[in-house]
Design a protein around this ligand. Structure first.
Ligand code: BGC
Length: 468
């Protein structure tokens, strides 16, 4: 490899996550899950007001909205029972201006998109009254009911401070009403809850839903008696099923304990981020941040004359590096493309650096770049497995006779080359391969956010009509 072997050794050390580190970190994760169920100001562990899981026989045509980290989708799902569904959707990329601008503007843009979708896709749909709409909102919200949720904080680079602390359902409903649309937002769920619901619809018995995408998070089914922080006078103290889904917001793991094995690159990324000191696990695991880590390492080596130097070891100035010198101008899809380049000459990497940053690479540069991406994504996969293992152990799921079904969605999991295999490999290292094979089933959720949102809206309508 081109970069000085000492530099490569240092990077390998900095991003290593040795097998010996698993047990301690899994134990710490269990501790933080547990503390979050007892106290505020810890891992959020948000009770969701979702008590019931679908049985696969639900039927109906339902709208949902999916506001993730990168895109907005409006969906119409037909649930036809027997775990079958059909989904039609329209997708828009959320511009940087919308992410960083006022929250009210973002919501009014969303209502406009709902109107656009209704006019194209829903004219044949006849309903009496309003269409129920399930809102899948992939940010931490304190739920006060199934259709009430106060935004606790933005994540993934969003910044509309004017809506933080406010009920996002009401804000969206007001924007919908201002457009006179016959739509009622009847439920609010996190995308991990959606992933869990959508997986359970097809695979009854699933009790864990996870996103490894732009961000990361997990929801799971918990016994009500374990959720010690719910006060006896709280609306959701008495769950009809004695269980409810918890949105862990596990991206916050390590925020206060300092338990994560962070290196200088992690610390610099955190310091440069919109929310320093927050989402520290997410910053080592999810797509938005792992690609930014890779960019900053590549940028650093270039500035030290270790890359793109055409044999001269001459440091590159930022002006020569173009967008590579700019935060977040190297995304998960690009990083995946690099790691997935199996051609002998690493042609895709060569083309990428030439066309995107106007940088010439030697074969050795390309090997170094690919190695950096592999180091960072492999660490992300191992840390991801730590979260899954902690939850399985906390719920003592391996002692049960049934299989542990984990529904997973998100671009990192679905599209990033080898992420799935690394994650499975890491679970084998934490437990052991025969146990994982016999007892744990990782299932790719089919459109967790869209279908899950529809199922949540279905369950909320059913619940409302049975209490009418
Ligand atoms: C958010 C979660 C979300 C996750 C995956 C995180 O940044 O805080 O609410 O579930 O991203 O989209």
């Amino acid at each position: 490899m081109n970069a000085n072997p000492g530099v490569i050794t240092d990077l390998t050390k900095a991003f290593a996550f040795p097998i010996s580190a698993y047990d301690g970190l899994v134990e710490q994760f269990i501790k933080e899950l547990h503390e979050g169920l007892h106290y505020e100001q810890r891992m959020p562990m948000i009770p969701t007001f979702v008590y019931e899981l679908p049985n696969g026989q639900e039927k109906g045509v339902i709208l949902s909205l999916d506001l993730g980290g990168t895109n907005l989708r409006v969906c119409r799902t037909t649930l036809s029972g027997n775990g079958e569904f059909d989904i039609t959707h329209k997708k828009w990329t959320i511009s940087d201006a919308l992410k960083k601008g006022s929250g009210k503007d973002l919501f009014s843009w969303i209502a406009e998109r709902i109107e656009e979708f209704l006019s194209v896709e829903c004219s044949p749909m006849q309903v009496e009254g309003n269409y129920p709409l399930g809102m899948t909102f992939s940010f931490p919200c304190e739920q006060l009911d199934i259709n009430v949720g106060k935004l606790l904080t933005w994540t993934k680079g969003f910044r509309g401070m004017d809506v933080v602390g406010h009920d996002v359902v009401k804000i969206l409903q007001d924007c919908i009403d201002a457009r006179h649309l016959n739509v009622t937002v009847n439920s609010l769920i996190n995308d991990t809850v959606g992933t869990l619901l959508a997986t359970t619809y097809k695979h009854p018995g699933c009790e864990i839903g996870i996103i490894f995408g732009t961000g990361t998070n997990c929801a799971y089914l918990e016994d009500q008696s374990e959720i010690a922080k719910i006060k006896p006078n709280a609306a959701n103290f008495k769950s009809p099923t004695n269980q409810q889904l918890i949105n862990t917001e596990w991206g916050a793991f390590g925020n206060t304990s300092g338990a994560l094995p962070a290196n200088d690159y992690d610390r610099q990324l955190d310091a440069r981020s919109s929310y320093p000191g927050k989402q520290l696990y997410e910053k080592m695991v999810s797509g938005l941040y792992v690609s930014e880590l890779a960019r900053s390492v590549i940028h650093d080596l270039a500035k030290g004359g270790q890359l793109f130097a055409e044999g001269s070891n001459k440091p590159k100035a930022d002006a020569e590096l173009g967008d590579l010198a700019i935060k977040e101008r190297f995304d998960g899809a690009m990083m995946g493309g690099i790691e997935g380049d199996e051609s002998p000459n690493l042609d895709a990497i060569e083309k990428h650096f030439l066309t995107t940053y106007n940088l010439k690479t030697s074969k050795a540069d390309r090997e170094t770049i690919k190695y950096i991406c592999q180091l960072i994504s492999a660490r992300a996969a191992r840390l991801s497995a730590v979260g899954i293992a902690a939850l399985i152990k906390k719920r003592k799921m391996l002692t049960l006779s049934k299989k542990v079904i984990v529904g997973i969605d998100g671009s990192l999991y679905n599209k990033y080359p080898h992420f799935k295999q690394h994650l499975e490999g890491a679970l084998n290292e934490i437990f052991d391969a025969p146990t994982v094979k016999a007892k744990i089933s990782l299932i790719t959720a089919e459109d967790g956010s869209g279908v899950g949102g529809a199922i949540a809206a279905y369950l909320a309508s059913k619940h409302a009509s049975s209490h009418a």
